[in-house]
Design a protein around this ligand. Structure first.
Ligand code: AMP
Length: 120
């Protein structure tokens, strides 16, 4: 699978479509999810072209990985999510229902988040 330059997050990174930006650094961009599933639902994406966590963890540089995960932590802290708790989630591939083929981490918070996954 090759990276699709026309995926929606690639367009957000190129500022071709807007987002509700929360935080930006050299390696990451964070913005509100357009269809929030919790009181706080933020997406953090790397600036590099990585399809999913599998691609990012295998192919991103140490600087990109460090910069990205530091950004996730910083966003959670800046949004005051640390004391009450929050959840991180990333979907890779079909079984996980990944919709956008640009690696992203969801941050959920500001409410009890229920069971980790739905029962099958
Ligand atoms: P996933 O299923 O993990 O690929 O999640 C994709 C997420 O992207 C969903 O939660 C969508 O609501 C969200 N999303 C799709 N388009 C946009 C957009 N233009 N701005 C912000 N979030 C979006």
């Amino acid at each position: 699978m090759t990276y699709d330059d026309n995926n929606i997050f690639a367009k957000i990174l190129r500022a071709e479509i807007p987002c509700k930006k929360i935080y930006e650094s050299e390696h990451a961009l964070a913005f509100h999810d357009i269809n929030p599933q919790a009181k706080i639902h933020i997406l953090v994406i790397p600036k590099g072209k990585y399809i999913s966590f599998a691609d990012f963890s295998k192919n991103a540089s140490k600087d990109e990985i460090e910069g990205f995960f530091k950004a996730v932590g910083k966003v959670a802290e800046n949004q005051n999510l640390v004391d009450d708790g929050y959840r991180l989630l990333t979907n890779h591939g079909v079984n996980a229902g990944q919709e956008v083929p640009h690696f992203h981490i969801h941050i959920f918070g500001k409410q009890p988040l229920g069971p980790m996954i739905s029962k099958i």
